[in-house]
Design a protein around this ligand. Sequence first.
Ligand code: ASP
Length: 311
Amino acid sequence: MTYPRKHLLAIEGLEPPHIADLLDLAESYALLNRSGKTQRDLLKGRTLINLFFEDSTRTRTSFELAGKRLGADVINMSVSTSSVNKGETLLDTASTLNAMHCDLLVVRHAQSGAPSLLSQKVDAAVINAGDGTHEHPTQALLDALTIRRHKGRLEGLIVAICGDIAHSRVARSNMHLLTTMGSRVRVVGPPTLIPAEAARLGVEVFHDMKAGLAGADVVMMLRLQRERMSGGMVPSAREFFRFYGLDAEKLAFAKPDSIVMHPGPMNRGVEIESAIADHPTRSVIGEQVEMGVACRMAVLDMLSRQLPRNR
Ligand code: ASP
């Protein structure tokens, strides 16, 4: 197994064998989870802290479940209950965590780079659970695993990532992972929501949904992240849906066996029509959540192999 780092802060910089090994390990955890078995001795005696400075339901619960299935002691710290609200700085928080001998630290923060900063100050292995508009590496891993389970590979697939690319850390991590693994990535959205760096990342840019979806194997929809927008970057939700919302008519341009994905939370009727989100054969949105637990187990397993014993 190859994984060269102490932390998982980003997908950018990982090489194909690192990603492939993580996905293979995650696949074995997906099978273990489906069999109803657990492996509670693996992280026995280890402490996992979920430190969330931003709201999350899916990701936090997923890491909690992953840690518990591997036998770790899991503690959830959210901003509202921590002393960050009382003015404690990020670095003071780091010393507190060091004093608690935390082994694995899962961090979500509204500021890009916050998990990386913490990783320089804590003894624990740090996992980025989403930082600003930068990256959300475990989301890209779970997306890749879901795609691989349906298509048998990543290489050569046409993947259309649609909607609010500019504010999406999910899109950024996916662009890095999928291009590294040889997929042909397209980003589709209005010019205001496509980041300037898209061309540098080796992806094709489309402003028309039907052209962007033509012949796609995978259609990945993203939420309009209004909380990160500074003013009128999009017209009304109704108009956005007309041009960029996924409905049966637009999906018909993708391959007939294409799959539909969404990292959640979904805005039904804004970026995706309910009938498509709940489509019994095309939508794999539920499976993404299931693969999330398996991928997080794989990441915790892989990082814990490099931790010193008995800290
Ligand atoms: N849950 C994802 C994230 O944390 C996507 C989203 O919020 O739209 O980035």
